[in-house]
Ligand binder design. Sequence first.
Ligand code: NCD
Length: 305
Amino acid sequence: MKNFLSIYDITSNEMMALFKSTQHFENYLDLLKVKHFNFSPLKKIIGTLFLEPSTRTRISFEAAMKRVGGNVVSVADGNCSSCAKGESISDAIRTMSQYVDLLVVRANSEYQTWGNNFDCPIINAGDGNNEHPSQALVDAYTIQKKFGTLKNLKVAIVGDLDNGRTAHSLLKLLLREGNKLYVCPPPHSKGPSTYDITSCNPSHFDKPPDLTTKLSTDQLIDILPEIDVLYMTRMQHERGTVDKPPLCLNEYLVKRMHSNAIIMHPMPRMEELPSILDDNPRSVYFSQSKNGVPVRMALIKWILE
Ligand code: NCD
C-alpha cells in the first residue's frame, strides 16, 4: 500500500513519470472543453477529510477524483466531524480509511502523529506546518513546464518559512533535483531548523547539496535579476506568526526580474502579492493552481494502480 505523506514518498524518476501522465491529463482536460468523452469509471470511492480550511487543495483533489471517474465522499469541515466532539485525528483517519479506497487528509498535526493503522492509502494534503507534498508536485510541474527542466534553476522562497508547509515540501524536492535555493524569511523567524538541509533526509540525495542560502530582504532585492523562480508565501498569522512579510512585491521590483523569470504562490495570497501583478507575463500563480487538477489526477492514478 502506497501512502503519500512526505515528498520523499515519491522518487525523482517516479515524479518524472507522473509528470508525463499529468501532461496527458492536461491535454484530456483541454479536449473535454470541446468534445465529450466517455471514460471508463474508476469504480473506486475516494474520501477527503479536511480538518483545516481549504479552497484549492480540496476542490482540485475532488475535481481530479471525479475526472478520473471516482466517487467522492467528503468531510469538508472539521466542525461537522466527530473531531469536534474531541475524537482523535488518528481515530478519524483509521475509521474513514475503512470506508474508502483512498483518503486525502488535511489536519493541524504532523502526519507522524496520525498513526499507521490505515485500511487504504493516505495522501497528506497539509499536516500543520510540516509538509504539503501534492502541492510541491503541482509547483514542480509548473516550473518544469515553464523551463523544460527542474534542474540548475535559481529559486527564491520568500515569506513564512517557519510555517509554510508548501515551502518545506518544495524546498526538499528542488534540493533533491539539484537547484540553487534561497530563502528569505522575516528577520525574526525561528529559522533555520525547518528549512535547513539538515532537516532533509541525506539518504535521498546522490551527493550532499549546497546549503540553502538565507537572504535578508535587501540581499534578495539585490539578486532579483538572477532569480528564475520567485516563490512567494503569505504570513500564517493563524499559526502564531506576528511578523510582516519580508517582501511585498510591486511593479518596480518585478521589472528587476529577468524576462523569463516566474512569480509563483501556493495561494491564498495576501499583501505580499498585489493583484496589480496578475497580468504580468511573469505571474503564473493562476496556472499553478489550475495545474492542481491534472497533477492530482496523475497522483491518484499512480497511487491506486
Ligand atoms: C497553502 C496551505 O494550505 O498550506 N495553500 C495550499 O494548499 N495551496 C498555503 C497557505 O495556506 O498559505
